[in-house]
Design a protein around this ligand. Structure first.
Ligand code: SER
Length: 583
């Protein structure tokens, strides 16, 4: 069964259980400052776990594009990918453990669906600790499906608990399903969760029933949510009897292309390139460009690392990154139309980045040769090559090896750490992976963002102004919009005044659900255009602002403080960025 058939069956199965299909959200979190990319299917849905009603209903099914940057260095093992797709079925305060587990089991084992031999499956449940009790309920449900007790394992939080991915928010015990590949146990204690390759994790049913508070305590959530996740690439590999995800049809054409052009066949390099350029293609499809900041920085790292591995494989072809991207687009365009829509952007950006990196390498090489006149390169010199010339340490290492020059890597690492220390504070939080900051303050700033959006159109007398990006922390809002020049002091002042006027008018913020057609008729703004096929949520603030938006928002503008613009600057060509606070 290929990935396409797997997805089709999954949707069909859950549609049969009254789930509404929703399309994948963007890879770039809409209002979540704590993380650069969407890391799991649950991520874009968090507002609906904490009280917002979803326009498509209480039972949802989807496949979500995900990026986990934490796994970048693990690439090359059988199952860790930077970009992956995750199937999920969701109950927003509707069904609970019994239905979720029974359906998972039916889908996995019934001949009509995946037809996996039930004797090869094992299950894990939460063992219990001071925060939450042992999950006997899930275990009992597995037993009622005639699973022998020996194949139900109880494991601690590290294995059988999900979330909160950030510091606070929805979380709860999970029960995981594993497939026994038939491999020998690696030790007496080998059991599901062990990474030796005997047990293949297929699916995770999470029962989000707790809310982790800032003080570390766990409170019961008002609404219980079922969040399940099945990694498409992994499940497809298992169903096809492949040991690694790279052997499936999702990767085969990419791997084939690399192999055809490589002078040597180092598997690890081939897999790194396949993984990184697939992830890069999907990030580019979100219109992110390589840069030294945020998502653009990760993108740059992925592309440049791939190019380094081209070298290791003896691939010298120009624009080879975009040739690989073409195959990624071809393989995935049916499920993700944004790939084809942004094809020329993707290919152009790859070409540009390849060129830039080549220049970096040339300059770096010149500097390296200057430094390497002696017999060794100090860690400090290697660090200068890295920090001032963008020359990756791996390149310095390679060249040093080639030329039989000694390199003090330890010293380099020390220098690197010192440098990291300085930039860590800001970055740490964001690379951790986290959920929306759902604090009251962010909610208020979110409503202010809508006011700002509408105010700009009026003050700048330009009805074509739309949101090009939004990022909200509990301290400030950041709003990007299309406009081709710097705003004047007067314009900023007028915008600020207009927003404050609307705050003082005490306008109720109203939420309605309607079809996309109706929303368009009301001239609703929004970047969610094709997100939900059936109904969308629309927030109106009097006759001042109408936006398609997932929320959450305050109930009345009078809950907001005094609005103050702190900064206005360019964020990209034709895009301005405003940062604002309450003061
Ligand atoms: N959130 C869980 C996971 O990512 C289940 O979807 O595994």
């Amino acid at each position: 069964m290929n990935a396409k058939e797997l997805k089709k069956k999954y949707f069909e199965f859950f549609k049969g259980k009254n789930h509404a299909f929703i399309s994948s959200a963007s890879l770039i979190p809409e209002h979540d400052p704590t993380v650069l990319f969407t890391t799991a299917g649950m991520h874009p849905l968090v507002p609906y776990f904490i009280g917002e009603t979803h326009p498509a209903g209480k039972r949802l099914v989807n496949v979500q594009k995900c990026i986990r940057t934490g796994d970048i260095d693990e690439v090359g093992d059988p199952s860790h990918l930077t970009f992956f797709e995750m199937l999920g079925n969701w109950s927003l305060g509707d069904y609970w453990k019994k239905e979720a587990i029974n359906w998972s089991y039916e889908f996995l084992t019934d001949k009509k669906w995946l037809g996996i031999d039930k004797n090869k499956l094992s299950f894990t449940c939460f063992k219990g600790d001071k925060d939450a009790p042992k999950d006997e309920e899930s275990a009992k449900i597995w037993e009622s499906l005639e699973i022998p007790k020996e194949r139900i394992y109880f494991l601690p939080k590290e294995d059988n608990w999900w979330g909160p991915a950030g510091e606070t928010g929805p979380c709860g015990p999970c029960t995981e399903m594993f497939y026994d590949t038939g491999k020998e146990k690696c030790s007496k204690d080998c059991k599901p969760g062990c990474s030796c390759g005997k047990y293949f994790e297929i699916w995770n049913d999470v029962f989000l029933e707790y809310d982790k508070k800032a003080d570390g305590s766990f409170k019961t959530l008002k609404q219980k949510t079922v969040d399940t996740g099945m990694g498409v690439e992994r499940a497809a590999a298992m169903l096809q009897g492949k040991k690694i995800v790279y052997d499936t049809e999702m990767f085969a054409p990419i791997i084939g292309k690399i192999k055809d052009n490589a002078k040597n066949q180092n598997e690890k390099s081939i897999e790194i390139i396949a993984d990184h350029l697939k992830a890069s293609t999907f990030i580019l499809a979100e219109k992110i460009t390589p840069s030294n900041l945020d998502q653009g920085y990760i993108l740059r790292r992925l592309i440049r690392k791939s190019i380094r591995h081209f070298r290791l494989l003896g691939i010298e072809k120009e624009n080879f990154t975009s040739e690989i991207a073409k195959i990624v687009i071809q393989t995935h365009k049916d499920s993700y139309s944004e790939l084809n829509e942004n094809k020329s952007f993707i290919l152009d950006e790859l070409k540009k980045e390849e060129k830039k990196f080549k220049r970096t390498l040339e300059t770096g090489l010149r500097e390296f040769n200057k430094l390497a006149k002696g017999e060794k390169i100090t860690g400090k010199q290697a660090f200068i090559l890295f920090s001032s010339y963008g020359f990756p340490i791996e390149m310095t290492e390679e060249l040093a090896k080639e030329k039989n020059i000694e390199l003090n890597k330890k010293e380099f690492e020390k220098e690197f750490e010192k440098h990291q220390e300085l930039s860590r504070k800001g970055a740490e939080k964001r690379f951790k992976g986290g959920l929306s900051d759902s604090s009251e303050q962010s909610k208020k700033l979110h409503t202010a963002t809508h006011l700002l959006n509408a105010a700009l159109r009026i003050v700048l007398k330009n009805n074509n102004i739309i949101q090009k990006g939004s990022n909200i922390t509990s301290e400030r809002l950041r709003f990007d919009f299309n406009f081709d020049r710097k705003l004047t002091k007067e314009e900023l002042k007028q915008t600020e005044d207009l927003v404050n006027e609307k705050i003082k008018e005490s306008i109720p913020v109203k939420k309605e659900e309607m079809t996309l057609e109706e929303a368009k008729k009301r001239d609703a703004r929004g970047v969610f255009e094709d997100k939900y096929k059936q109904k969308v949520s629309v927030y109106t603030i009097g006759d001042f602002s109408v936006e398609i938006c997932g929320g959450p928002h305050v109930n009345n503008t009078n809950e907001l403080g005094n609005f103050k613009i702190k900064k206005e600057e360019s964020s990209a060509a034709g895009i301005r960025r405003i940062k604002a606070v309450f003061k």
